[in-house]
Ligand binder design. Structure first.
Ligand SMILES: Nc1ncnc2c1ncn2[C@@H]1O[C@H](COP(=O)(O)OP(=O)(O)O)[C@@H](O)[C@H]1O
Ligand SMILES: [Mg+2]
Length: 332
């Protein structure tokens, strides 16, 4: 059965080269190319299929190419992060098996504020926060500075850099106003100074925890906040980029005992499927704070998820083969 079906590599169209977020946006094509190559090596037929709001085109392309299962690589539709879940919803409507999380999970996890509310309700430790939606009056007396300001609906560190960390109340209103104009509603949360860890989970129906990665901030200039902001992720020439490398350290049982069960709980709480990544920071109080839940994390060969899978002993083609297995099982 494996290899018989036609897999559609469905992806969003990257934004134009002159757009500010071109770097992060074009990364989806890197993923498509790498997965296509791996599927080819596996003897698996596949076809590329860009997804846009022109649903008629999408449906025709699915039909013409006789797509029977979908590798869902959509991170948005026409660069609108509010539409991240909609391609998955279309596959659900058409009853086409697809990789990764359901539309409901993608929709929930892309809303940073909703994620915080659910983490809180689930009793999972996460930095204290509030939502800024343009209101004139807001009360930050319950929060400890510095604070970090992030767009409610963005990913890939879009809108996050040094200017996002605010050390005192005086600058806060200006930062909020400026960022609100650019990105709409903002999640404002306590900045956690401490080690940053990424925990990748992979497998279906049971997900296994991959080796735990830590961001190595060695050499990061003292005057800068140690964050994996947009420059650190995408600007290869920046100091932030070269001083935020991934490593796989040996961690104490104690630390793993804090991180791993919490990552598993998050995976279950948000209903992630096939793969996911949970990001943490260790606070000065030695508590493990959940920063973010990534359903369908990036699968480019240099991504954190792929590195963790590689560290577990599975190469890129082997990893893609596992996804192919997930689809085969759903297809039958
Ligand atoms: N509360 C926080 N305390 C310290 N650093 C943070 C906090 N929130 C985010 N960061 C830094 O910003 C990076 C990106 O934030 P994240 O919430 O993961 O957004 P994105 O979805 O854009 O990746 C994190 O990897 C981390 O380095
Ligand atoms: Mg992140």
């Amino acid at each position: 059965m494996r290899g018989d079906m036609v897999i559609g590599l469905v992806h969003n169209r990257p934004v134009d080269a002159e757009d500010t977020n071109h770097q992060s946006s074009k990364d989806v094509i890197v993923q498509v190319e790498a997965i296509e190559k791996a599927l080819d090596t596996l003897g698996q037929r596949s076809v590329r299929l860009p997804f846009s709001r022109d649903l008629g085109d999408v449906l025709r392309a699915l039909e013409t190419s006789r797509v029977e299962a979908v590798f869902n690589l959509c991170e948005s539709v026409d660069d609108n992060p509010h539409l991240i879940a909609h391609p998955a919803a279309v596959f659900e409507l058409l009853d086409i098996p697809f990789t990764g999380s359901s539309a409901a999970t993608l929709l929930t996890t892309t809303d940073k504020y909703l994620v915080k509310r659910l983490l809180q309700a689930g009793g999972i430790i996460t930095p204290a926060f509030f939502l800024y939606s343009g209101q004139k009056q807001f009360d930050v007396s319950g929060l400890r500075f510095p604070l970090i300001v992030k767009p409610q609906f963005q990913d890939a560190s879009i809108g996050i850099d040094q200017e996002s960390v605010v050390v005192d109340g005086a600058r806060l209103p200006d930062v909020l106003e400026e960022m609100y104009d650019l990105y709409g509603p903002l999640l404002v949360e306590e900045y956690i100074e401490g080690r940053e860890f990424n925990i990748s989970l992979f497998g279906s129906p049971e997900a296994e925890v991959m080796p735990v990665a830590e961001i190595d901030f060695t050499g990061y200039p003292d005057e800068l906040f140690r964050i994996v902001g947009y420059r650190a992720k995408w600007d290869a020439g920046s100091v932030e980029y070269s001083c935020s490398n991934r490593m796989f350290p040996n961690l104490s049982e104690d630390l793993l005992g804090q991180l791993v069960p919490t990552a598993r709980r998050c995976y279950a709480l948000f209903g992630l499927r096939d793969y996911g990544r949970v990001d943490f920071r260790m606070g000065p109080d030695n508590a493990a704070y959940v920063l973010e839940i990534n359903a369908n994390p990036c699968l480019s060969p240099d991504s954190g998820f792929v590195a963790a899978v590689g560290r577990s002993g599975l190469d890129y083609t082997g990893m893609v083969g596992r996804f192919q297995d997930f689809l085969s099982r759903r297809y039958r």
